[in-house]
Design a binder for this molecule. Structure first.
Ligand code: GTP
Ligand code: MG
Length: 310
């Protein structure tokens, strides 16, 4: 009986920057496939996670927070987000529960893109752990007056509150269809991509001001060592951190190289956990002026021509 009503489809998590999209995909997937930080504009590319249960399979797509782009990287992030909103079966619009009682321009654009492509929307009010319950109703009212949402679900991605209901509502609004992914792929994020992203997350967390926006990571070497039983014993990673300017390099290095050492140490611990084996991590810093506006550099770093295929 279950098989007959099996639901499947692609679901894009969209919204302003910093509303908790990556936190939500990680909580649903129960593993860190997308870095989530306290700073805006953390996610730069589309990140897919395959969730399944007895009732269906959902391919979640985490998208970069919509914002007005300031450079070519920003344009590429925005393009990725808008592709993800248009080429999907359902959009979950995430809104921060602390928002003022008005719809942001960026949210209007997301709604417009979805509606003009006939894509149903679900509204998820996130971070409800941070506001008084009475604040939610007026906020929800503004959104439901503005657009047609199939459902409205208040959640706390951080505390995993409301996620079961959100999953149920998503499945209710997906087509009856067989699973799209039949092997055990659960994400398109490779170990290499995740290693680069974990290093970037450490830089975002450890370094204040605007430097994180000017940073990109390239994995130059990812060498695996196996024992006689073909079990991976160790991984050796060399990575280059690109920055815009000389003084950014100095700040990243820190006094006597202490800052980069701290970033390396914390990243190595996180990467080892993800790889489930020890890893050696060598970090290099390179100044690449204005890389965020250079098409070839963006391509090399994987920030161009995104599509939704897994
Ligand atoms: N208190 C609280 N904090 C949350 C919740 N969900 C996310 N956060 C925090 O909000 C911040 C931003 O979370 P992200 O998941 O990186 O947000 P995002 O929408 O992916 O952001 P971008 O990728 O930059 O657009 C992080 O510090 C999260 O810990 C929540 O439900 N409650
Ligand atoms: Mg994100």
């Amino acid at each position: 009986m279950l098989k007959n009503s099996y639901k499947s489809g692609i679901v894009t998590l969209a919204g302003r920057t910093n509303v908790g999209k990556s936190t939500l995909i990680n909580q649903i997937m129960q593993t860190e496939i997308a870095i989530a930080t306290h700073k805006p504009q953390t996610t730069r590319h589309l990140i897919k996670g395959v969730y399944q249960d007895d009732e269906g399979q959902i391919i979640f797509v985490d998208s970069p927070g919509m914002h007005q782009p300031a450079d070519r990287l920003g344009h590429s992030m925005r393009k990725a987000a808008s592709v993800a909103i248009q080429e999907t079966d359902l959009v979950v619009l995430l809104v921060d529960a602390r928002s003022e009682n008005k719809i942001d321009e960026v949210e209007k654009q997301i709604i417009k893109l979805a509606v003009s492509n006939d894509i149903p929307l679900i509204l998820a009010i996130n971070k409800i752990d941070l506001v008084a319950k009475e604040k939610l109703l007026p906020l929800i009212q503004i959104y439901i007056d503005y657009a047609d949402f199939r459902s409205v679900v208040p959640i706390s991605a951080k505390l995993k509150d409301g996620l079961d209901l959100l999953l149920t509502e998503i499945k209710n609004n997906l087509p009856e269809a067989p699973a799209l992914i039949v092997d055990d792929t659960y994400t398109d994020q490779t170990e290499k991509i995740l290693a680069a992203e974990y290093i970037r997350a450490e830089i975002i967390e450890q370094i204040s001001d605007e430097i994180p926006y000017s940073v990109a990571i390239r994995i130059d070497q990812f060498k695996e060592f196996f024992n006689e039983q073909n079990i991976r014993r160790r991984v050796q990673i060399h990575a280059t951190i690109f920055v815009d300017r000389d003084n950014h390099k100095m700040i990243l290095l820190g006094k006597k190289g202490q800052q980069i050492a701290a970033i390396g140490k914390a990243s190595r611990i996180r990467i080892s956990e993800m790889l489930d084996c020890p890893c050696d991590l060598m970090l290099f810093i390179k100044v690449s002026p204005d890389w965020r506006n250079k098409y070839s550099k963006l391509k090399e770093l994987g920030y161009q021509s995104q599509d939704i295929d897994l």
